[in-house]
Design a binder for this molecule. Sequence first.
Ligand code: SF4
Ligand code: SF4
Length: 390
Amino acid sequence: MIDFGKPLGMGCLRLPLFDEKEPENIDMEKAKKHIDIFQENGYKYYDTSYVYHKGNSEKALGTLLVDRYPRDAYLISTKMPIKWMTKPEQMELHFQEQLDRLHLDCIDFYLVHMMERETYTRCEKWGAIEFLKQKRAEGKFKEFGVSVHDTPEFLEEVLTTHPEIDFVMLQINYVDWVNPSIRAGESYKVALKFGKPIVVMEPCKGGTLASLPEKASALMKAYNPDASEASWAYRFVATLPGVRMTLAGMPDTKFLEDNLKTFDDLKPLNEAELKIIDQVIEIINENTVIPCTGCNYCTENGCPQNIPIADNFGLINDMKRFENSSNAGNINRVNIQADYYESWVKNGAGPASSCIACKKCERICPQNLPIVSYLAEYVVPLLENWQHKA
Ligand code: SF4
Ligand code: SF4
């Protein structure tokens, strides 16, 4: 029996940074402090990948966790970046490199990263599942899983063909539970049907459920003034039967502390709270133009025009929130448009209108967003053309 500690895992896609525009530049002192707080409070699960923080996430865990704590004090999950590979030999090469980065001889959990149709086809062609079975048999990790970004039907197909898969990682949160482009509730049921333990990613939908529109926030505060918005999102997923672990990015100490408060005394949402969640979903859907989580996979995959896709989509959503909120803090339309100008003109990024529709970004987007259309429909008219007129 594996001792998982408390059921919150540190999502090392979002370690503390000095500057959000430099994801490779981890604030190691702050990350060390977060790991220490996590460990001291009985949490021990860390989820990383070959690509997070441009490779520095695994290295940070090697230095800050593995070198400083006994082997039984933590569990590390990392992922095979087959989607980013060009030849089968890289499966072995990258695996060895990951062990080196992590300073480990054996990992605890190893997943196929970004499993969707294209990745699956490559897995089948290259014998990736056989490779993983072999590594598991050699004791190189305890279990292997798949982090799935596709339909429930696809998940069913993969688990039927490969019953040897030990667990699944799914994007589940209360908005995507019934979101027709994600269908998280249906995928959850497929995993349960196959008896696979579930690790939840994006429980807060890239942080968006921790920063709700004013009207939604007011509903939650009226019911429980002491509970953070994020705590509602975590309680929704972490108490679902079959969920083994919930992952959360915690770049700020205040988020980390709030999450520990939620998970130290984890309770399912009651009926009244679930009714509030239904209302909140409606409000969010009214206020979200582009359901981008800000994961930045699209830009890390190398947009040839260097367009800051997630930044642009974030600004469009902020603009909508501003227009629908009586209290949007410092956000105002002019500031948002000026931010856009800063993001591409000053920092040399590409304007949305320079998109050549190569769809490299769309092929990797875990949310299956029609990025090219969104850029043309929203970013160009609302942000770029405004700047041209100014
Ligand atoms: S489709 Fe446009 S935004 Fe996407 S990668 Fe190609 S140029 Fe960049
Ligand atoms: S557009 Fe898709 S891949 Fe890019 S940041 Fe948003 S959710 Fe992630």
